[in-house]
Ligand binder design. Structure first.
Ligand SMILES: Nc1nc2c(ncn2[C@@H]2O[C@H](COP(=O)(O)OP(=O)(O)O)[C@@H](O)[C@H]2O)c(=O)[nH]1
Ligand SMILES: *[C@@H]1O[C@H](CO)[C@@H](O)[C@H](O)[C@H]1NC(C)=O
Ligand SMILES: *[C@@H]1O[C@H](CO)[C@@H](O)[C@H](O)[C@H]1NC(C)=O
Ligand SMILES: [Mg+2]
Length: 363
């Protein structure tokens, strides 16, 4: 009786929450081998494999090993890469979503069988292998029909208990249904792997603070012409352009991220990261607090390297720079040449008075 009630509950749950289960099943794997490059190779292989079997691919977190830390950490797949573009190629789901929405129904704990090529887990699929480009897919489908095997989990051990972190931590050997190095046929899949971030330049060292003091008598200081025009056609440079206030900086970043995420129309998921370049003060704490609610991670390069900063700013999905800085100007010109969008701190000058705009944008 309890069983039937459970079943009924489950069907209602499925109905009301309109969770779509993939009748063709899922592929779960562990990126247990190596660091980022190895894991990325395996990811492409797993993607090709899942595509060949036409099962939904569950995207595992990236496993990172931080220097000096005894344990690896799990970084959700969509921290670095967008999920939407991948969907153009194949059905996918991030692990966190799979474990909360799908696994309880399609993969109950007592059925968590791990797939191993050799006698390590509970189901040995040897001699099948992952090369779905040469007639392997059908053999997989015949041997493991989705009706009987809704989830194919590739890893070394039986899953004792749901816990993505634990599950990943306990495996140190090959867990992906993919070969390493990446198979020739899967190389092209890289094009679906996109990451999105906003890059900002904060020019605020002591030399800059001194330079900005000259703005009132030099309304076309340094690189200001990139904003206000060579003859000040678009106004005069202002102190806030030169040394934007914390409020200006946070307001503009939020605005840019919101407009990009709304534009892409994918549940505010597009921009996940902010990259900060600075000659002096990166404002990391303030930015992290300000962007926490939007779930945006804030990064800087851990060494001081102007050219690395330039390269990364050049690649960002949107760049916010400093009108007066020639360092910012370099990034802006490069992006103009590529057709990438940029904007500047405190330019154009907002029409509404300061107090009003402060009230509107303070969240
Ligand atoms: N690493 C790093 N260095 C910066 C950054 N901004 C400025 N700098 C350093 O400060 C110098 C600024 O001088 P310059 O290139 O003449 O640009 P400007 O003074 O901003 O017009 C750069 O060449 C860098 O060495 C930054 O975002 N990152
Ligand atoms: C794969 O499965 C989806 C449904 O999940 C279906 O729409 C699609 O046509 C299938 N692709 C192939 C190549 O069979
Ligand atoms: C710019 O500054 C000059 C003086 O430096 C002033 O004459 C002019 O009116 C200002 N232009 C604007 C648009 O504020
Ligand atoms: Mg300079």
């Amino acid at each position: 009786m309890k069983f039937i009630t459970n079943l009924l509950f489950l069907s209602f749950f499925k109905l009301f929450c309109s969770i779509e289960f993939d009748p063709l099943g899922y592929i779960v794997y562990c990126p247990c081998m190596g660091r980022f490059g190895n894991q990325a190779d395996h990811f492409l292989g797993a993607l090709g494999f899942a595509h060949g079997l036409n099962r939904t691919l569950v995207l595992p977190p990236w496993v990172e090993y931080r220097y000096g830390e005894p344990k690896s950490i799990q970084v959700p797949f969509d921290t670095y890469f967008k999920v939407e573009p991948l969907k153009k190629y194949h059905k996918i789901l991030v692990m966190e979503e799979f474990m909360t929405k799908i696994a309880p129904y399609e993969w109950p704990e007592y059925q968590r069988i791990a797939f191993c090529y050799m006698a390590r887990g509970s189901e040995f699929y040897s001699p099948l292998h992952y090369d779905v480009y040469h007639n392997m897919a059908q053999q997989w489908k015949d041997r493991y029909p989705p009706s009987k095997w809704p989830v194919l989990a590739f890893t070394g051990e039986t899953f004792k208990k749901y816990n993505t972190v634990k599950f990943l931590l306990t495996h140190n050997y090959l867990g992906a249904p993919a070969s390493f190095p990446v198979q020739l046929e899967n190389r092209g899949l890289q094009k679906y792997l996109e990451c999105a971030f906003v890059g900002i330049h904060l020019r605020n060292g002591i030399d800059w603070v001194r330079a900005c003091e000259h703005i009132p008598e030099s309304p076309n200081l340094f690189a200001a012409a990139q904003c206000v025009g060579y003859q000040n056609e678009k106004g005069n440079a202002t102190s806030n352009m030169c040394l934007p206030s914390k409020e200006t900086i946070i307001r503009q970043i939020k605005r840019v991220i919101k407009s990009i995420n709304n534009l892409a129309n994918n549940n505010d998921r597009t921009i996940k990261s902010l990259y900060v370049a600075s000659d002096s003060y990166h404002m990391l704490d303030d930015l992290r607090i300000a962007l926490k609610r939007m779930k945006v991670h804030v990064f800087k390069y851990d060494k001081s390297s102007p050219h690395v900063d330039l390269a990364i700013l050049g690649k960002s999905n949107h760049f916010i720079g400093n009108c007066i800085s020639s360092f910012s100007a370099f990034v802006k010109r490069e992006r103009d040449a590529k057709g990438f969008p940029s904007s500047f701190w405190a330019f154009p000058v907002e029409k509404s008075n300061k107090y009003n705009s402060f009230l509107h944008d303070e969240l």
